[in-house]
Design a protein around this ligand. Sequence first.
Ligand SMILES: [Fe+2]
Length: 282
Amino acid sequence: MKPIAARERSISGTGLGLRFEHYQHILAEQPSVPWFEILIDNYMGKGGLPLHYLEQVCQHYPITFHGVGMSLGSTDPLNLKYLKQLKELKERFNPVHISDHIAWVCISSQYMHDLLPLPYTHEAVNLLTDRICQTQEILGETILIENPSSYLSFTNSEMNEVEFIQGILNKSGCDLLLDVNNIYVSAQNQGFDAYEYIDGIPKQRVKELHLAGYEQRTHYLYDTHGSEVHQPVWDLYKHAIARFGAVPTLIEWDSDVPSFETLMNEANKANSIMMSQSNATG
Ligand SMILES: [Fe+2]
């Protein structure tokens, strides 16, 4: 099939996750959204409605690919079939970024439904580095990796999460998708300072930010992606924008998907923070 190029190769402002509930509205109304993020694992089939709609959305908006299937932290061999499909979709839809997570989802070819955590060791830095380098070579571009939400830590970890991320960025040359909600959730669950975390991240390597909602459980915060962004995360986002500048930001809402208007309201809040920060520094 003839490749379809996204309209632009750069993004700015606050984008939204493309969800099937909103396909019709987006195509009929062409709302003023600067870009959409695609959960690319939902488009791996050979045809069907998702690809049909994606082709149309791409004619009007720049897109990014966000995935959960690379399993960069696995000790299984890389899934070359998955990466080949991803490359075909990249060539067809020309996303501005391709991202996945600092996590593993697969063992002995069995895929889980969760992003599972890694011990923060030198061995794990090297494992991820090797797999990211191979992935970037196959895809022919630099990928972004996303910091996880965490609920436990390993007694054999040799460094904190920021040092772990710094090690991977330095060795692999990949860039970072920094999820501000994930930092807050992990900081509350693990007892570290979310602001110090942001201050330790290399400024030039952050290419995208995520914002999402969490849920307060009895003894911990749970990263649900199913509500509006909470105030402490907006406060942390202000700090992130002050440090990194007006990095493209995504409102990430995956469960109990709300009306398009609700997503736009959240995007407008993020845009006002970006604007007020650039006015303050400009
Ligand atoms: Fe995220």
